[in-house]
Design a protein. Structure first.
Length: 195
């Protein structure tokens, strides 16, 4: 993240996203596949690190093998195999949605994961119970813990969609997109931009 000054002089926190160039590697139609979609690929990788089916798939689009391939369903079928989409696609968009995988935080307790207050305080005879969840089951009926009970567990590393992020600036020469606020994932992770 960084910050820029908006037109009214306010300092705004923005996330810098490299959005392209993306190559159209497959165009799916109702006649051939049963639905309309466009497959986009991003981020070159060496041919020696790709298997033969991948190399052949990308050769049809006349491009080098790519690391990330995503399919978008669309009714706009003006795309052709080998077309290159750049950040200028977002030129007329003021708001976008970003989908990504959030940072993994491992196995966490109930205080960090759900904001529990712990059992009691430091006094009242507590020992090693400050961050414990406390009682979580019912009485003799139904003699079980209800499904969905908030407990300790794996936290983060989930697909997250952040909606309505404002596009602050576009830098076409470097394929950079500056959006207001934060996006899910770490600094080098892949994200999907929708509008």
């Amino acid at each position: 993240m960084t910050s820029i000054f908006s037109e009214d002089g306010k300092n705004v926190a923005v996330t810098v996203i490299e959005a392209g160039p993306c190559v159209v590697t497959q165009v799916k139609t109702v006649e051939t596949d049963g639905y309309n979609a466009v497959q986009l690929a991003f981020d070159d990788k060496k041919e020696k690190n790709s298997n033969k089916p991948q190399v052949g798939h990308f050769k049809k689009a006349n491009t080098a093998p790519k690391r990330k391939v995503v399919e978008f369903r669309t009714e706009d079928m003006n795309y052709r195999l080998g077309d290159v989409l750049t950040v200028e696609t977002f030129q007329d968009q003021a708001w976008i949605d970003v989908v990504g995988t959030s940072k993994g935080k491992g196995f966490q307790g109930v205080v960090k994961r759900h904001g529990f207050g712990g059992v009691g305080g430091q006094t009242h005879g507590q020992h090693n119970r400050l961050r414990a969840p406390g009682s979580n089951g019912a009485s003799s009926f139904p003699s079980r813990v209800f499904p969905g009970q908030r407990m300790a567990g794996q936290m983060g590393n989930e697909r997250v969609k952040v909606q309505n992020l404002q596009v602050m600036k576009i830098v076409p020469e470097n394929n950079l997109l500056l959006v207001k606020g934060s996006v899910p994932g770490c600094n080098v992770s892949y994200i999907i931009i929708e509008y």
